[in-house]
Design a protein around this ligand. Sequence first.
Ligand code: ZN
Length: 319
Amino acid sequence: MIMKTRTAPNEIFVLTALLRRLPLRHKKRRLLEQNLAYYQRGFDGEKAVDRFTSAILKNNFTILHDVYLDSAFQIDTLIISPHCIFVVEIKNYKGTLTLDYKLNQFTREENGVITGFRNPILQATTNTILLTNWLAERNIHDIPTYPLFVISDPRTIIKVIPENRDISGEVMHGEYMPQHVMKVDRGSPHGQLHQKVGAIILRECGTYKFDYQRKYGIHSKDILGGVQCPGCGRLGMKRQYNSWICEKCRVVSKTEHKQALTDYFLLKKSWINNSECMQYLGITSKNLATKVLREQGLGYDNYHRRWHVNENQVNKTIV
Ligand SMILES: [Zn+2]
């Protein structure tokens, strides 16, 4: 069976790192906190749906999470059955959703607050078209492909206007989705394609990198250096006797520089030289810089005399 597992989206790692390393008074902090909560909630919803999907479908279906193709489109979950493909968009909306197809107006009400959102099936449909084109470019044609919009929280109420419009084949709760997929698959007339198609997609899957500089207008020079104290959160632990010590709360750590370096590669650039590392960590020993960079599992580029992160490992597993 082919599977691609889900990890936290890149946005969560980047935003968490940004909040560690932007000045406390930075004007974008509140926005970043709100966005982080939004992405976290979305991720929780995706994980909740994954539990149903993998428990029921894992034996006869190829399930790929976080599919990112051509550096252009992202699919929350792709389910490839023996006969067809489902392009799944998952949302963790709470409260009451009103899908008004008369006015083409889509709103959700949560704790008395009403917010509008895009036609729920639109993104999944767009992704379905992009995927169909992508497969056609690889000479894979005529596989029935269906968009699905899945609501992760079973308590969310879905209201449809007009009431007699049947959206049961495209909008549903996560709990019901595996049964829907099995039902549609049984009624479809194609051969055993899913292993082959799944392998082709998996092979070309990229890793999505969230461009925070473009999205928020924050420059990488705004990112503060220093080792963060695990006790009080302050940046700038001092190196003393093979350990890091916080001058404010006196917490001692041996390994906190690892987090600092991970943040560097997430937020600044994919390589670092010794003197940049010394400056960033606030240390004066060249040997110490070499030691921590080596321990971080980085590759060394002899020509440029600098360390770099190894090619991002896409989280792929074939079991
Ligand atoms: Zn501290």
